[in-house]
Design a protein around this ligand. Structure first.
Ligand code: ASP
Length: 322
């Protein structure tokens, strides 16, 4: 089987309240560069490497809720989730609630290669990040702490029944919690891979792990089912709906990538209502899919042999998927 290698990245689905001006320019530039770097990796012929380099770029660039740009938990601390999955053998690596490094996906990569454990959380993930010599994340910058203090003050004024929405992408006060990143890719041999990385949700409880660390929920890749997917939105929903696996199951049942993406988002909307999330999908034939029911979702794609790197944020923007 010969397929045109392709990568499709996303920068999170949500209300996109803080978009516009320099902020939006940096966000778009980060997506384009991530897709471009992924395409370079595809030249060497490896879908897993492509999604890894794309997500690593978005972790390092600061324009996303991942790596250095991550949001903070209820204690004002970083707590990152990330995962990688390879379609050829369903190998997966994931980390949850890790604050030790800018690149939790590198820890996920190490776990995937070792094959002993799929998921490490908290101190264990941090110990592994240090043992791998990965760049430290450090303490949150003052700008993040200011947002944290503002959200915390707001939360203290709310009725207990409103607290569960604090910091969520559908919360009026949310800032940039929608900017989780992810990628899916297919290489020339029709092998697929998926990746995801996030700081999670503002003011999440200490120790909370979301969908981004859970294969089947935040990502899935399986050559045998015929595709890979990476999701974004309020992670508790994706965990309950197994959204990423659902998209791959829809491909196995005959859907193309776009129909699978739309089917997965429709399932979320049916269960949880509007503003429930987004997904990117690739199938083994090299077809791409992107769907979301939020105000926006950043996305960019790159194909081998085509210099263009289309990027879009809003639903009405042109974004040719073939
Ligand atoms: N899914 C992520 C989480 O719940 C957040 C997001 O995608 O915006 O941690």
């Amino acid at each position: 089987m010969s397929v045109t290698p392709k990568i499709l990245v996303h920068g999170g689905a949500g209300a996109m309240r803080s978009m516009g001006g320099e902020r939006e320019a940096a966000y778009r530039a980060g997506l384009v560069e991530a897709a471009r770097l992924g395409r370079e990796a595809l030249r060497a012929g490896d879908a897993l490497e492509a999604v890894l380099v794309a997500v690593r770029h978005m972790e390092a660039c600061g324009a996303f809720n991942a790596g250095v740009g991550s949001c903070l938990d209820e204690d004002g601390r970083f707590s990152l989730d990330a995962a990688l999955m390879r379609g050829s053998d369903r190998a997966a690596g994931a980390v949850g609630a890790c604050a030790a490094t800018v690149h939790p996906t590198d820890v996920a990569r190490a776990l995937l290669e070792e094959g002993r454990h799929v998921l490490l959380v908290g101190e264990g993930a941090e110990r592994r990040a240090r043992a791998l010599g990965l760049p430290a994340l450090g303490a949150p910058p003052e700008e993040k702490l200011e947002t944290y203090r503002r959200l915390l003050a707001d939360a203290s004024k709310r009725a207990p029944e409103d607290l569960s929405t604090v910091g969520r992408p559908d919360d009026e006060q949310a800032e940039d919690s929608q900017d989780t990143v992810g990628a899916v890719a297919v290489d020339a041999r029709g092998r697929v891979a998926a990746a995801v990385s996030t700081g999670g949700l503002w003011l999440k409880l200490r120790g909370r792990v979301g969908d981004s660390a859970i294969p089947g929920a935040g990502l899935y890749a399986c050559d045998a089912l015929g595709g890979a997917s990476s999701t974004t939105g309020i992670g508790e929903r994706m965990i309950r709906a197994l959204t990423a696996k659902l998209a791959c199951d829809l491909i196995a049942a005959g859907a193309d990538a776009q129909a699978a993406a739309q089917g997965a988002v429709d399932d979320l909307a049916q269960r949880f209502g509007p503003d429930s999330g987004g997904i990117v999908v690739v199938d083994r034939l090299g077809r791409l899919g992107a769907a979301f029911n939020t105000q926006g979702m950043g996305r960019a794609l790159a194909s081998l042999g085509d210099e263009a790197v289309p990027v879009a944020v809003w639903p009405e923007e042109p974004f040719p998927l073939d």
